[in-house]
Design a protein around this ligand. Structure first.
Ligand code: DC
Length: 226
């Protein structure tokens, strides 16, 4: 029998990774964070001095992009390896976030990373989160969720997170960045962010973390049993 797959797409800051990871644990599925794969390629570009927004230069890097995922046996977390080196922490740096946004807009990059993502879904029951999982990567997914929240709610959560990390920023700046990122993600030519027609909408604007997880699990279980 084939493996089950759950595709979770949505804008940045909607809580996808936290919620998808917890939902995967509850269901016994493998959690796949596809943004981390784009981030790892972005790190390679930065380390090689390649402009992440230059499609030809980034494409020329692809044959050297030895990108692997591995799951830590003790914490079960997804670790990213670039040419054999564990870069799980490095890919969270802000300059890598910016570079990932650029490299992910290049069609050749998306084509190159597609097979890695599909292979994981062939080998495991997965909850995969990203921007185009339900629309492009796994159009036959058993369950598709579009997880979102209002820009204001996402900005407030991001501000709380930054304050907790000791790097506070004001709400207006963070909100403006989110609105700009949404615009870029939804209007880019290559795999723009959009809700698949058969995706279930989960809006967490009015929900806290526990309520959001419950809403997500209810939606996933409802669809898996449908
Ligand atoms: O979810 P994230 O912030 O880690 O994603 C990093 C970048 O990669 C972000 O700019 C969106 C992009 N991305 C994408 O284009 N497609 C995916 N499936 C996942 C992420």
């Amino acid at each position: 029998m084939g493996h089950k797959s759950v595709a979770i797409d949505g804008p940045s800051g909607a809580g996808k990774s936290t919620l998808a990871r917890q939902a995967a644990k509850a269901l016994g599925f493998l959690y796949v964070d596809t943004g981390a794969i784009y981030r790892t390629l972005a790190l390679l570009a930065l380390e090689r001095g390649v402009d992440p927004a230059d499609p030809a230069a980034v494409q020329a890097l692809l044959p050297q992009a030895d990108i692997r995922l591995a799951y830590n046996s003790s914490d079960g977390l997804q670790h990213m390896y670039l040419c054999g080196r564990d870069v799980t922490e490095d890919i969270r740096r802000p300059e890598v976030s910016r570079a990932a946004s650029s490299v992910s807009a290049i069609q050749a990059v998306r084509d190159f990373l597609m097979e890695t993502q599909r292979e994981l879904a062939r080998q495991h029951d997965v909850i995969m989160d990203g921007r185009d999982i339900g629309t492009v990567v796994l159009p036959q997914a058993d369950v598709k969720i579009f997880l979102t929240a209002s820009p204001e709610a996402r900005a407030r959560r991001r501000c709380d997170e930054l304050a907790q990390r000791g790097t506070p920023q004001d709400l207006e700046t963070v909100l403006a960045e989110i609105v700009e990122r949404d615009r870029r993600d939804t209007t880019r030519a290559a795999a723009p962010l959009r809700q698949a027609e058969d995706a279930v909408l989960v809006d967490t604007t009015e929900l806290d973390l526990a309520e959001s997880l419950q809403a997500l699990l209810d939606a996933v279980r409802g669809e898996l049993n449908a």
